[in-house]
Ligand binder design. Structure first.
Ligand SMILES: C[S@@+](CC[C@H](N)C(=O)[O-])C[C@H]1O[C@@H](n2cnc3c(N)ncnc32)[C@H](O)[C@@H]1O
Length: 275
């Protein structure tokens, strides 16, 4: 296993200067399964001199980074920031100015609740060009690995992606008021706030028997799925032992899990046996 201690410098010296001056790549690592990395993401990782990565990036993906590359964990989880965002930004700028090939590696997609836009703006203000390599966002990974299509002509024609993580000193989950009960709702970072989210949704017209799936560590061997209803969510989570990262999928598409998940598992077993 690759050594991923913070700042596990191997030999950044001797790194090749990008041909046209500094360039930073904001790369999406996907939800965890390394086979969901894009070819471009893999190429950027192989060419990188420095990779600054988040806690959500899986070890299997970190293992794909060449030994000569410096790896720095700047990870964040709700309420457990390892590095303030400003410090991460400063580090990216400094490494890029040194002429190193810098990859900022983020879980899922950099532009989906990933602060990719803020980091890109910061780089632009420093005059450093930046590209974005998209990744499979957790919602899409969870949908395909649990057999819960986020849209389906018989169930939902619309899907909303929201965050359950409120800003400090803000008491509001403002989006709750605008949601259509007939659509699918995917809540990122909603585990801690789940009881409150469920209560607010029900107060704003969502039925207590609306199906809910809580999906932990989607696409990884640790994946767990709990299915319940809005009315029973708080209690179900309490005894579940589910740990972050968790996505909540809310809406009638969740009922498809019972039929589609066994097919996904069956196909997976078939592929393992054939290999
Ligand atoms: C800061 S957001 C980052 C989202 C990421 N940029 C994306 O596109 O998936 C972190 C949240 O994403 C969700 N998440 C990320 N990876 C996940 C996974 N493998 N399984 C379930 N939820 C995941 C969780 O809700 C977690 O709290």
């Amino acid at each position: 296993m690759r050594n991923t201690n913070n700042a596990c410098t191997v030999e950044a010296a001797g790194a090749s200067q990008p041909e046209n001056g500094p360039l930073v790549s904001l790369v999406g690592a996907g939800p965890g399964d390394p086979e969901l990395l894009t070819l471009r993401a893999l190429r950027r990782l192989r060419e990188a001199d420095v990779v600054l990565y988040d806690l959500l990036v899986s070890q299997e993906i970190l293992d794909l980074i060449p030994e000569r590359c410096e790896c720095i964990c700047v990870g964040k989880r709700a309420n457990r920031h390892m590095l303030p965002q400003e410090e991460t930004n400063r580090m990216i700028v400094n490494k890029a100015r040194m002429g190193l090939r810098v990859v900022r590696l983020k879980g899922g997609d950099p532009f989906m609740f990933g602060r990719g836009g803020e980091e890109m703006q910061e780089l632009a203000s420093e005059g450093i060009p930046c590209e974005v390599v998209p990744g499979v966002t957790a919602a899409m990974g969870a949908a395909s690995s649990t057999g819960i299509p986020l849209t389906h002509r018989d169930h939902a024609q619309m899907v909303s992606f929201v965050t359950g993580h409120r800003k400090k000193d803000c008491d509001d989950l403002e989006w709750v008021r605008h949601l259509n009960p007939a659509s699918t709702l995917v809540v990122y970072m909603g585990l801690g706030e789940a009881p409150r989210i469920a209560a607010e949704l029900m107060a704003h017209g969502h039925a207590a028997d609306t199906p809910v799936a809580a999906v932990a560590s989607a696409t990884t061997p640790q994946q767990e799925v709990l299915t319940t209803t809005l009315g029973a969510l708080a209690e179900a989570l309490q005894g579940s032992g589910l740990v972050s990262p968790v996505l909540l999928i809310i809406g009638s598409v969740v009922t498809l899990h019972a039929d589609l998940y066994p097919l996904i598992e069956q196909a997976k077993r078939g592929m393992v046996e054939a290999a």
